[in-house]
Design a protein around this ligand. Structure first.
Ligand code: NDP
Ligand code: 8X3
Length: 252
């Protein structure tokens, strides 16, 4: 039976690198995100490189309705879902708490927490019915340490950590593994999005140190997914060598 993975937020960064990694290992991949062109470009690349099936699902994960419509249609076509990689997420804004924008809070909460919940509900129902599956949530070092100006983003990743534990407890009886990967600094579009498109400010975040590459994280996610059935790498933290935690990085 061929293996199938759904990867949310595959139009860039960690999700995109993961789609390429899993496709290279023979998985059929369903890639999601709002940017249709990016998804189509990735889909074309994967289809040319690897002999697997790609499904492109273009929707905003903040909408439960859009998520249900897109994932239901996929579930009608794919008999089994082996893996759900809950990766779509963002930090919006980097301001002191009282100055930060309520719209930014809502975007982070709606994407990082509610979006993750919407898709997990529908996919885990499917996994319960098939009596197997693996869900990997992309948390963050920000789900372990709160840092200045991090408030709502950190809260959203603390929530991902709690949800990982809660989902693990409730799905264990259905033969479903739930894990999290918690990266430190990874150079993707993350900082560009957080800093509202300022390329110089985004570059500055990684000044004087070597951040992780999205491929480093994708390799680790694949490693987590390819353990023997009885092994769950439950919560994996991955940091650049120059980062000790969310508070301290050593810069040259
Ligand atoms: P990117 O900005 O490169 O990728 C984010 C992905 O999330 C994009 O594909 C984006 O797609 C998708 N996304 C965002 N909002 C939505 C939405 N409303 N609906 C659907 N998809 C959405 O950043 P990363 O690859 O770094 O981020 C991936 C995950 O990793 C996030 O959860 C982030 O919090 C986490 N993380 C990142 C770290 C880092 O330092 N980079 C460290 C720790 C965790 P589109 O815009 O097309 O919708
Ligand atoms: C992203 C990593 O350290 O900027 O989740 O919070 S950090």
């Amino acid at each position: 039976m061929s293996k199938n993975i759904i990867i949310t937020g595959a139009s860039s960064g960690i999700g995109k690198a993961s789609a390429i990694k899993f496709a290279s290992m023979g998985y059929n991949v369903a890639i999601t995100g709002r940017r249709k062109e990016n998804l189509e470009e990735l889909s074309e690349y994967i289809e040319n490189e690897f002999e697997i099936e790609v499904k492109t699902l273009n929707f905003d994960i903040r909408s439960n309705k859009e998520t249900e419509i897109n994932i239901s249609s996929l579930l009608n076509e794919w008999q089994n879902i082996d893996l759900l990689l809950n990766n779509a997420g963002l930090a919006a804004g980097f301001d002191e708490f009282p100055k930060s924008d309520v719209n930014d809070w809502e975007q982070m909460i709606d994407t990082n927490i509610k979006g993750l919940l919407y898709i997990s509900k529908i996919v885990s129902e499917k996994m319960v019915s098939q009596n197997f599956g693996h869900i990997i949530n992309v948390g963050s070092i920000a789900g372990y340490n709160v840092y200045p100006k991090g408030h709502v983003y950190c809260a959203s990743k603390y929530a991902v950590r709690a949800l990982t534990e809660g989902m693990r407890e409730d799905l264990i009886q259905h033969n479903i593994k739930v894990s999290s990967i918690n990266p430190g600094m990874v150079e993707t579009e993350f900082s560009l999005v957080r800093l509202k498109g300022s390329e110089s400010a985004a570059k500055n975040v990684y000044q004087g140190l070597e951040p992780l590459k999205p491929e480093d994280v994708a390799e680790t996610i694949y490693f987590m997914s390819s353990q023997p059935d009885h092994v769950n790498l439950a919560d994996v933290t991955i940091l650049p060598k120059a980062q000790a935690n969310a508070h301290y990085t050593y810069r040259k």
